[in-house]
Design a binder for this molecule. Structure first.
Ligand SMILES: Cc1ncc(COP(=O)(O)O)c(C=O)c1O
Length: 430
């Protein structure tokens, strides 16, 4: 199918809204060939360097050879598997994941996507504690499935008339607000370790320790969502390891798939397993932890947990920082700050119009950068962790040009009142 027919069919049968959005902003890119950090338009007339990595799905770049090889071998040997039976592949990946976590985070339940893994964690917290409330962060994002949607930002639930009174939200980084919201009906607090959709907000020093201790005092479970921040993104395998805490549950998704085969995991402390010991068939996911996905996950975890890999993430993060610091000095009014942990980076910009403007300007300079949907003054900057030194230099050069034109674009966007549409979406979520 040629490019125009693809767009026509996409418009007719997948999403007319997206097609009209991209047409309006001159971004009619259809993903074709992909390789490493690069995406090519289906007609090969344009390519984009992926500085978003789908929120971590492409942590290892597109089509990482070792990950592909692991899936190819798995296809010769296994299939989805059978969720009723015991499985060598699930046992192997569960062992790897739980071995990588502290304390008695010893049990791993697999799913297909992040939202499903969050749903399970919340369901388990409600069931285990017998309580009814969940606290999450304003502007956080945990998925678009049932319970995950309920603890996310109102803009994603209200159009569907979903609003649960037992789901309470407090500002991230505000321990006092959390303390005030906690009561004996709160089953769990769920937080992204670094809220990505809110603009890569870095947890204040001591904040996560305070949250842990408030939860302990209140008999409330602490769930850390590491869907974006996990698997080495911050220079440690799990971002919560930067704080002195052991969560009760950890959510892993996106990158575990290697960008090749969907899989997610909810890792829980041993006592929380009680419900499943009583009735091991009470929670089922037909495709969750498919054996093909487990093989891919095993490869991803072994690459990402390697100390040399993590050292390189920290080193590349430092090199990116040097480049970004220079750009911030060059465009101080527009590019106002940098949020960073390893290669999990947010570019703080002048105002809510600047994120969409930079997204479009970066696209024009062949960079895929996406503004944070719940704070559009920030652009998410998550290049693949396999980025080379030369690629970093090139990306910084392109970003320089993009920042230069984004300043003018922002003014034009405001003048033409076009921001409404652009603000509504580049990334509807992550
Ligand atoms: C922090 C976080 N949690 C959960 C999810 C939901 O994952 P999925 O889209 O695989 O359901 C996302 C997706 O962007 C996410 O960023």
């Amino acid at each position: 199918m040629d490019k125009q027919s693809t767009i026509d069919n996409y418009e007719a049968h997948v999403s007319a809204g997206k097609v009209s959005f991209y047409r309006k902003y001159g971004m009619n890119f259809v993903m074709g060939r992909r390789e490493g950090a690069w995406l090519y338009d289906i007609d090969e007339q344009k390519r984009l360097f992926n500085c978003h990595s789908n929120g971590g799905v492409f942590n290892l770049g597109h089509r990482h050879q070792e990950v592909i090889d692991s899936l190819k071998l798995a296809l010769d040997e296994v299939d989805i598997g059978n969720h009723h039976l015991m499985s060598q592949e699930r046992a192997a990946l569960a062992t790897q994941l739980t071995d990588s976590m502290p304390g008695d985070l010893n049990v791993c339940i697999f799913g297909v996507g992040g939202g499903e893994a969050v749903d399970l964690a919340l369901k388990l917290a409600l069931g285990h504690t017998g309580r009814s409330k969940i606290i999450s962060a304003n502007g956080g994002y945990h998925g678009h499935t049932g319970l995950a949607l309920s603890v996310g930002d109102a803009q994603y639930r209200e159009p569907f008339g979903i609003g649960l009174t037992d789901m309470v939200q407090v500002p991230f980084n505000d321990a006092m607000a959390l303390e005030n919201a906690l009561d004996d009906q709160v089953a769990a607090v769920i937080l992204e370790t670094i809220p990505a959709t809110l603009g890569m907000v870095m947890p204040k020093p001591e904040y996560l320790e305070q949250v842990r201790s408030l939860c302990d005092q209140n008999g409330t479970l602490l769930i850390m969502d590491e869907v974006q921040s996990g698997l080495g993104r911050t220079g440690k395998l799990w971002a919560f390891e930067h704080a002195d805490i052991i969560p009760d549950m950890v959510i892993v998704g996106k990158g575990l798939s290697g960008g090749i085969y969907p899989i997610s995991a909810t890792i829980i402390r041993e006592p929380l397993d009680a419900i499943f010991r009583k009735d091991p068939f009470i929670h089922i996911s037909t495709f969750g932890g498919s054996e093909l996905g487990c093989r891919v996950g095993q490869k991803v975890v072994s690459i990402s947990s390697n100390e040399n890999f993590l050292r390189r993430v920290r080193e590349a993060g430092g090199m990116i920082r040097t480049g970004l610091d220079a750009l911030r000095d060059k465009y101080p009014k527009f590019f106002t700050g940098i949020r960073q942990s390893g290669m999990m980076i947010g570019l703080e910009l002048r105002d809510k119009y600047a994120g969409p403007a930079l997204t479009k300007a970066a696209y024009d300079q062949d960079l895929l950068i996406v503004y944070a949907n719940n704070d559009t003054s920030v652009c998410q900057f998550l290049p693949p962790m396999t980025i080379t030194d030369n690629e970093i230099k090139w990306v910084i050069l392109q970003l320089d040009k993009a920042l230069n034109s984004a300043r003018k674009l922002r003014t034009a966007l405001i003048a033409k009142q076009k921001t409404d549409g652009l603000l509504k979406r580049f990334s509807r979520k992550d």
